[in-house]
Design a protein around this ligand. Structure first.
Ligand code: COA
Length: 355
C-alpha cells in the first residue's frame, strides 16, 4: 500500500498587518494584555481584492513550485475552510479555476481543525491507490466575520492560507496516524450566526422567521473560557493518542506543530506531552489564529527553516469550532518519490529554533 508523502508546501498571507497598537485605537485593550494572555503581537487581515480564493491559490502555487509540479498534474484538490468565498460553489472549485487545474475538487469543513482533517481525507485517496497527486489547502478569512468592537474575539484572529502537495511513495512517509473527534454539543461556544444574509428572500415566503433572524448578529460569537478549557484537554489527549497509534513515544517526536490559537494553550499542550520548547513550532506572535491555515503555515515555516529533516516525526494537532479536533503523526520527507530522489538524500540541516 502506498504512503502519501508531503513533497511541496507553501503559504500566502494578506498584505495588510493589524498590530496590537492598531487594536488599542479600536477597542479597550492593550498590547500588554494581548501579549500576556495570548502571545499575539500582530496578524494579517484581508483587504482590497484579497479573498479565500486569492490566498488559497497563492499558497497552492507556492506548494506546487516546491514540489516541482504543474497544476495540471494534480488529480484532486481538497480545501479546508470555514470561510468560502461562495456558499454554493466549493472553495476548492474556485481555487482549481484560479490554478487552471482539473480533476476532483471539494471542501472539508472542520473550522480550525480543518487542515489536519483534510490532510487525513486527502491522504486516504493516495494510500488507497485512487490518486497519485493531491493538493491540500487550508485557508480562512475569518476577519470578515469579526466584530471589531468585541475585544474578546477581535484580538485573536488573522487571515491566511497554507498548502501541501501529497504524492505516492512506497516508503513510510506522510500522515501515519489520524485522530479525529468532535463534541457537537459544544457548537454554542464558538460560532458565526451568519444566517441573516439568507433571510431576505425566504422571509417573504415565511414572514414569521424574519423576526428571529433579524435579531442575529452576523459576527462570530465565542465563550473564550469554555473554548480554552476544551482546547487544552483536546490538544493533549488527541496528540497523545496519535503518537501511541504509530507505536512511538514522545521521545521519538522531533517537532510539534500545534494550531496557533493561544500561546498559553500551546504551552499547556507541550507540558502535557513533555516536549521542550525547541520542539514546538510557534508563530502565533506574527499571525494570530488563522483557523484552517494555522497548521499548514507553521508546517511550511518549519520546513523552510530546515527544522524538519528527512524521516522526522512531526505531530500535527488542532481544535476549533464544532467543537472539533484532529491530530496526526507525519513522517517528514520525500524518500521513495522518484522525482525527488536527489532531495531525499540531501544532507539535513540541524533543528532550527522556532521563532
Ligand atoms: N483586552 C483587555 N481586557 C480584556 C480583553 C482584551 N482584549 N478581553 C477580555 N478582557 C477582560 C475581560 O473582560 C475580563 O474582565 P473582567 O475580569 O473585568 O470581567 C478579563 O479580561 C478576563 O477575561 P477572560 O475571558 O477570563 O480572559 P482569559 O484569560 O480567558 O482570556 C481569551 C480570554 C479569549 C484570550 C482566552 O479565553 C482564550 O484564548 N480562549 C480560547 C479562544 C480560542 O482559542 N478560540 C479559537 C478556537 S479555534
Amino acid at each position: 500500500m502506498p504512503y502519501a508523502a508531503i513533497t511541496g508546501w507553501g503559504t500566502a498571507l494578506p498584505h495588510r498587518i493589524l498590530t496590537n497598537q492598531d487594536l488599542e485605537q479600536m477597542v479597550e485593550t492593550s498590547d500588554e494584555w494581548i501579549v500576556s494572555r495570548t502571545g499575539i503581537r500582530e496578524r494579517h487581515i484581508v483587504s482590497g481584492g484579497e479573498s479565500s480564493t486569492s490566498l488559497g491559490a497563492g499558497a497552492a502555487r507556492a506548494a506546487l513550485a516546491k514540489a516541482g509540479l504543474d497544476a495540471g498534474e494534480l488529480d484532486l484538490i481538497v480545501v479546508a475552510t470555514a470561510t468560502p468565498d461562495d456558499f454554493l460553489v466549493s472553495q476548492a472549485c474556485l481555487i482549481q479555476a484560479e490554478l487552471g487545474a482539473s480533476g476532483g475538487a471539494f471542501d472539508v469543513g472542520a473550522a480550525c481543525a480543518g487542515f489536519v482533517t483534510a490532510l487525513s481525507v486527502a491522504s486516504q485517496f493516495v494510500t488507497g491507490g485512487t490518486y497519485k497527486r493531491v493538493l491540500v489547502v487550508g485557508v480562512d478569512t475569518l476577519t470578515r466575520y469579526i466584530d471589531y468592537q468585541d475585544r474578546g474575539t477581535c484580538i485573536l484572529f488573522g487571515d491566511g492560507a497554507g498548502a501541501v502537495v501529497l504524492e505516492a511513495t512506497e516508503e513510510s512517509r506522510g500522515l501515519l496516524s489520524t485522530v479525529l473527534g468532535a463534541d457537537g454539543n459544544g457548537h454554542k461556544h464558538l460560532y458565526v450566526p451568519g444566517r441573516t444574509k439568507y433571510v431576505a428572500n425566504s422571509a417573504r415566503l415565511v414572514p414569521e422567521s424574519a423576526a428571529i433572524f433579524a435579531e442575529e448578529s452576523p459576527y462570530m460569537k465565542m465563550n473564550g473560557r469554555e473554548v480554552f478549557k476544551f482546547a487544552v484537554q483536546a490538544m493533549g489527549d488527541s496528540a497523545v493518542e496519535a503518537v501511541a497509534k504509530v507505536g512511538l513515544s514522545f521521545d521519538d517526536i522531533d517537532m510539534l506543530i500545534p494550531h496557533q490559537a493561544n500561546l498559553r494553550i500551546i504551552d499547556a499542550a507541550a507540558r502535557r506531552l513533555d516536549l521542550p520548547r525547541e520542539k514546538v513550532w510557534v508563530n502565533i506572535d506574527r499571525f494570530g489564529n488563522t483557523s484552517a491555515a494555522s497548521v499548514p503555515i507553521a508546517l511550511a515555516e518549519a520546513a523552510n527553516a530546515g527544522a524538519l529533516k528527512e524521516g522526522a516525526n512531526v505531530v500535527l494537532v488542532a481544535f476549533g469550532a464544532g467543537l472539533a479536533w484532529a491530530a496526526g503523526v507525519v513522517r517528514w520527507g520525500v524518500a521513495g518519490v522518484e522525482r525527488h530522489a536527489a532531495q531525499a538524500s540531501e544532507p539535513v540541516a540541524a533543528s532550527a529554533t522556532p521563532v
